[in-house]
Design a protein around this ligand. Structure first.
Ligand code: KG4
Ligand code: ZN
Length: 343
């Protein structure tokens, strides 16, 4: 079985071909970071237009590289949500039209299910059940993954996503978008203990809150700027970046520890762009060692948004699920635990 996967939920255009028995045969990804950089964040209308321009030629390239004719496809999986409505509509319309023309199913895929299942594409995939920490620019969730389509949301952010907090804090420190890598690089030269920033909700439950942290950084930066006579000194910037990163990492690691404790799960999967953060990886590796828990990181290309995970999730669904009604599904908001179990 061969499934074409399409990803257009936010600011990455992706197409990939997954073939049963062979895995990901070809894939393409185009980032819109340059397009949105000067705005300091994703501009939805620009994102949609860029998907329109890039997607169809990209699908052609992926099929050509795989040496596969459209008629050899068995399904077209597209990200149906959550995400930006205009961006989702592009992938949904292109994927559905292609599937309709070929007489094969169009498979609407939940973007976060794609992230949860992405580590299955690695040589040593985690066995169900596992704990998934999903940390991206749009989401921060702790999920108990019991099987394909059976997810229990244990905790999530009450305000900003972890990546969003990195991006907004980066703006405060005059760093470029996306903020995560920029803050991480600056933090290398800073002292994580220099500023005692809050660890919101650390003591309670499995939910997260990051907006207060961002405010604390803003206030600390303003005070440091004032003390230095109007410009934020370079060392203070680095110390703020390091202190902010430490607060996020401490919070994420503590919640993972509590979730593992409460569920008794023995495997932890980390996915989403923030999963690329080295300080976070070190903290979770230490946690895994302490608790005898195996920590899985999909490789960076599978951790961030990509179409391979959508093709794979589509294949999981295509194998077991009843045919989908022929309509374009686009759900900007779509809780992961509203999915039907596969089969
Ligand atoms: O999963 P992703 O590529 O896209 C979605 O948001 O869906 O995640 C992007 C987010 C951005 O907020 C970016 O700042 C953050 O991941 N990020 C990082 C790092 N690399 C990317 N955050 C912290 N440290 C990093 N090294
Ligand atoms: Zn994502």
């Amino acid at each position: 079985m061969r499934i074409l996967g399409i990803e257009t939920s936010c600011d990455e255009t992706g197409a990939a071909l997954f073939e049963e028995g062979r895995g990901v045969v070809a894939e393409r990804l185009a980032s819109q970071i340059e397009l949105h950089r000067r705005f300091g964040g994703v501009v939805p209308e620009l994102a949609s237009r860029d998907h329109v321009a890039k997607l169809a030629p990209m699908i052609r390239e992926v099929l050509d590289e795989a040496g596969i004719a459209p008629a050899d496809l068995d399904g077209v999986a597209y990200t149906a949500g959550p995400g930006l409505i205009g961006a989702l509509m592009v992938g949904g319309a292109v994927g559905s039209a292609l599937a309709y023309a070929l007489g094969i199913p169009a498979i609407p895929v939940h973007h976060m299910e794609g992230h949860v299942l992405a580590p299955m594409l690695e040589p040593e995939p985690p066995a169900f059940p596992f704990l998934a920490l999903l940390v991206s620019g749009g989401h921060t969730q702790l999920v108990e993954a019991q099987a394909v389509g059976r997810y229990r949301i244990l905790g999530e952010t009450l305000d900003d996503a972890a990546g969003e907090a990195f991006d907004k804090t980066a703006r405060l420190l005059d760093l470029p978008y996306p903020g995560g890598p920029a803050i991480a690089a600056l933090a290398d030269n800073g002292d994580p203990a220099a500023y005692p920033l809050p660890r919101p909700l650390l003591g309670a439950g499995l939910d997260f809150s990051f907006s207060g942290l961002k405010t604390a950084v803003r206030l600390a930066a303003e005070a440091a700027r004032e003390r230095a006579g109007g410009v934020l000194p370079e060392q203070a910037r680095a110390d703020l970046a390091a202190s902010f990163q430490a607060a996020v990492v401490d919070t994420l690691a503590a919640k993972c520890a509590r979730a593992l404790e409460e569920t008794g799960l023995e495997r932890l999967v980390v996915a989403g762009g923030v999963g690329a953060n080295r300080a976070l990886r070190a903290a979770l590796a230490a946690l895994g060692e302490r608790r005898g828990v195996r920590v899985h990181y999909p490789r960076p290309a599978l951790c961030t948004d990509n179409a391979a995970m959508i093709a794979y999730a589509g294949w999981c669904r295509r194998r077991t699920d009843a045919p989908w009604p022929p309509r374009i599904v686009a759900r900007p908001r779509w809780p992961l635990d509203e999915l039907e179990p596969a089969g």
